[in-house]
Design a protein around this ligand. Structure first.
Ligand code: HEM
Length: 277
């Protein structure tokens, strides 16, 4: 077997993570970097690749905390996504016009945000696993979640346009607009901080510093996305107009499902990765 080739720190792929802290962060690592830093590798990295089924190879729940958080996240998604779709599909879909795809696509995008972030949250993966995690993160977010969010929001915007209705008349609309713009900037900055060794930001330590802000910004953005969906499902005129028969469904999706997603993701946050000094 060929041993992984060692590289100097400046040659290592981007996304160092200060991993020293959490007591329950016990996942084994074969990374022998004496600085204790972990470099998340690009997909084409030359480290050994993990084997086995995809989800097991991702090693998403190395600690008890990660297992619990994944369970809460799954429960939240199981309520939020299907119930949001149901809220739309049980209405007169044809009459909804261009609005109809907006809640389903945006709810799917938020779900994919959560599923795309969850793999990169656990600490200290063995080499190869971190490459798989980063590749999964990029594919799910850039490949699916961001385009879905853009398309879903565009449908809503266009629906108002064709009806000659005023734009940005509610908190949900303003939050939604901010979410979409932030999503686009977030994806661009995140990509530029890792692609081509982060050359766009000067590479090396400079690009790694940018990635740290990308991480913090990502958590704030998920909070904003969830708040946006909560405002829509909880308070928009359309959602409320579905009537009392749909109150339990809305409570399940937006008052229980969304907080569960937030708690599930929140529990997986490693504060040790958030140090900026
Ligand atoms: C993070 C996800 C979401 C984003 C980014 C978003 C974005 C937006 C934006 C920008 C508007 C205003 C468009 C305009 O004024 O031209 C809007 C309107 C609307 N959205 Fe969403 N939305 C999201 C999720 C949802 C969900 C899950 C629902 C349904 C439960 C929903 C229901 C509505 C409704 C009913 C309106 C029209 C009333 C209003 O402007 O508040 N949205 N959305």
């Amino acid at each position: 077997m060929v041993a992984p080739r060692r590289r100097s720190d400046s040659q290592r792929p981007l996304l160092d993570e200060e991993e020293a802290a959490d007591v329950d962060d016990i996942s084994p690592t074969t990374d022998d970097d004496s600085t204790g830093r972990i470099a998340l590798a690009d997909p084409d990295d030359d480290e050994p690749k993990p084997s086995g089924p995809f989800l097991r190879a991702l090693n998403m729940a190395p600690t008890t905390r990660d297992r619990w958080s994944l369970g809460l996240l799954a429960a939240g998604i199981a309520l939020f996504l299907p119930l949001t779709w149901t809220l739309v599909l049980t209405a007169d879909v044809a009459a909804l016009g261009y609005f109809a795809p907006h809640p389903p696509l945006n709810a799917l995008a938020i779900t994919l945000f959560a599923l795309g972030v969850a793999p990169v949250q656990p600490p200290t993966p063995p080499p190869g696993v971190r490459a798989l995690r980063l590749a999964t993160h990029q594919r799910v977010l850039a490949g699916f979640a961001v385009p879905l969010m853009a398309v879903g929001t565009s449908f809503m915007w266009w629906n108002k346009e064709v009806h000659g209705a005023a734009h940005y008349t509610t908190w949900h609309a303003w939050f939604g607009c901010a979410t979409l713009l932030w999503v686009l900037v977030q994806a661009l900055v995140g990509g530029l901080s890792v692609w081509a060794g982060g050359a766009a930001f000067g590479g090396g330590a400079k690009a790694k510093a940018v990635y740290k802000y990308h991480r913090l910004s990502g958590y704030l953005l998920i909070g904003l996305s969830l708040a946006t969906a909560f405002l829509a499902g909880g308070y928009s005129t359309w959602a409320v107009s579905r009537g009392p028969a749909y109150t339990p469904l809305r409570v399940g999706a937006f008052y229980i499902g969304i907080p569960l997603i937030a708690i599930g993701l929140g529990l997986r946050i490693r504060t040790s990765k958030m140090k900026f000094a």
